[in-house]
Design a binder for this molecule. Structure first.
Ligand SMILES: *[C@@H]1O[C@H](CO)[C@@H](O)[C@H](O)[C@H]1NC(C)=O
Ligand SMILES: *[C@@H]1O[C@H](CO)[C@@H](O)[C@H](O)[C@H]1NC(C)=O
Ligand SMILES: *[C@@H]1O[C@H](CO)[C@@H](O)[C@H](O)[C@H]1NC(C)=O
Length: 467
């Protein structure tokens, strides 16, 4: 069936062009034009200007720790003795691969993928040396001590209060199958928002876009589907605009929905849904470029390709301009980011709730052509790298103080209990040896390598938020 992808969600929204404010912009404000020119000259022609500038130039040192490759000890369990062919027919086979173990809710290895509450990341518990540490796959509690509910999410940075807002699906309800062939699902509760200054201590700002309990004709009626919400800020209208995947329980509606708010913490007013450019649209994300133009990127033609097109100036609709990219590649869960003028995108394959291998794509122009590089995952072991650390991309967060360093956000879906799906956040860097493109494309530059490093435990380097 074509709606096979009820799965996961992704996304991206790129935060603010504002946070990309260049080094020169900072210095301008501080020193004034003449001094600035002088400084600029110094920075570019002499080593060691000192202070903040030097720190930024040296950021690879700060991030070196993050690039250390960590091996992971996942082992496939030994087979549980021989079974007669007849017995094998009567009962389903025991899972034999780690992916099957992952999907098997009674697997003895379950604790590896979904460690229990005792290991939860808990900002209330002042574990001195664990403070600010990310533990991919562990439960993650907010400042009320409740598990964070922001799946398939994305992050918006608002410069004025210096606050990060994390939006995602609230899936804090029972998981069930609507009918025999239906995918595991949770009724729509709404879009949650959490706020943080350090990307680790998250305060629940509540459900900022509510599902609809009773009105069956409403897009947000609880028996429908809302996935991968992303929010960007429109500088011209002063509004926060949310885009999301809207569908019915069978994934036949395949539309995008748009909501708007005057505040990052909502409430958001739901406006409408549509099929962008007249095409089916499932996993999607939005990306706001440095020049303020925002784009919608969505899986289309039954997830066989991606479509990309600019939004209108108010971000409330698409324009008629659209390009097909990654045709025939069957990618979903797009997460886009930009570094030094080049656009990068991480995507997953389409295998339902089961994890698969991520790919990196790059482009000089956001509308394409896009070129496919390779699997960005590094460390762990082979199975971990081939399953994107048992997770699926949803967003890439730029770190304002560390150009070239990002946080890769992914969802480790738990199809048996979707509300207990976990977050896998890992350091992503751009740089180093160029990748060989997967397909030969005459005339293209060689791209920088995009790397996502596996860590069981990691933290951001000091100074990551310095600007
Ligand atoms: C960090 O905490 C753990 C217990 O949570 C402890 O075993 C370890 O020794 C601590 N390490 C340091 C460097 O304090
Ligand atoms: C139900 O939702 C539809 C679609 O949004 C809307 O047109 C209609 O007015 C709503 N009905 C009620 C009773 O609120
Ligand atoms: C989804 O499909 C199932 C099986 O084909 C059908 O019974 C059900 O009515 C459909 N639901 C919707 C909302 O279209």
């Amino acid at each position: 069936m074509r709606m096979r992808n009820k799965y996961r969600k992704p996304t991206t929204f790129r935060c603010n062009a504002g946070s990309r404010c260049s080094l020169s912009a900072v210095v301008w404000g501080l020193v004034g034009c003449v001094l600035m020119l002088h400084l600029y000259y110094l920075i570019h022609h002499h080593d060691g200007v000192g202070g903040e500038i030097q720190m930024r130039l040296n950021h690879p040192l700060l991030t070196r720790d993050l690039q250390e490759v960590e091996e992971e000890g996942f082992q496939i369990p030994p087979p549980k003795g021989k079974r007669s062919p007849r017995a094998a027919k009567r009962r389903p086979k025991r899972p034999t691969t780690l992916i099957e173990e992952f999907l098997d809710e009674s697997s003895p290895l379950r604790y590896l993928f979904f460690p229990d509450q005792r290991t939860a990341i808990n900002p209330l518990k002042e574990a001195e040396n664990d403070s600010l540490c990310f533990y991919p796959g562990r439960m993650w509690l907010d400042t009320n001590g409740k598990p964070i509910q922001a799946h398939g999410g994305g992050i918006l940075y608002v410069k004025r209060p210096g606050m990060y807002y994390w939006y995602g699906e609230n899936k804090d309800g029972p998981t069930y199958h609507a009918h025999k062939k239906g995918a595991a699902r949770v009724d729509i509760i709404g879009v949650s928002c959490y706020s943080s200054k350090d990307l680790w201590t998250w305060k629940n700002e509540g459900v900022v876009l509510m599902g609809e309990e009773t009105n069956e004709t409403h897009d947000l009626y609880k028996l429908n589907v809302l996935e991968r919400p992303k929010v960007i800020y429109n500088d011209k209208t002063g509004k926060y605009v949310m885009w999301m995947h809207i569908d019915d329980a069978n994934y036949t509606k395949a539309s995008v929905g748009i909501a708007i708010s005057g505040s990052p913490t909502g409430p958001f007013e739901y406006l409408y849904s549509k099929r962008p450019h007249g095409f089916d649209s499932r996993d999607m994300t939005i990306f706001k470029d440095d020049d303020g133009v925002a784009y919608l990127i969505y899986s289309s033609e039954d997830n066989s390709e991606l479509h990309i097109g600019p939004l209108t100036e108010d971000y409330l609709d698409v324009t008629p301009v659209m390009r097909r990219i990654l045709i025939g590649r069957h990618r979903e869960a797009p997460a886009i980011f930009k570094h030094q003028g080049t656009y990068y995108m991480i995507t997953s394959g389409c295998t339902g709730w089961a994890p698969n291998e991520a790919l990196t794509h790059a482009a000089d122009y956001i509308m394409g052509p896009w070129e496919t590089l390779g699997n960005p995952c590094i460390g762990g072991n082979k199975i971990v790298r081939h399953t994107t650390f048992f997770a699926q991309s949803t967003f890439v967060v730029p770190l304002p103080g560390l150009p070239g360093s990002f946080i890769f956000m992914a969802d480790r879906w738990n199809p048996a209990e979707l509300g207990d799906s976990r977050y896998v956040w890992l350091p992503l860097t751009v740089g180093g040896a160029a990748d060989q493109p997967l397909e030969y494309n005459f005339g293209f530059p060689l791209w920088s390598r995009v790397s996502i490093y596996w860590h069981q435990r990691w933290k951001l380097p000091d100074g990551w938020s310095r600007k």
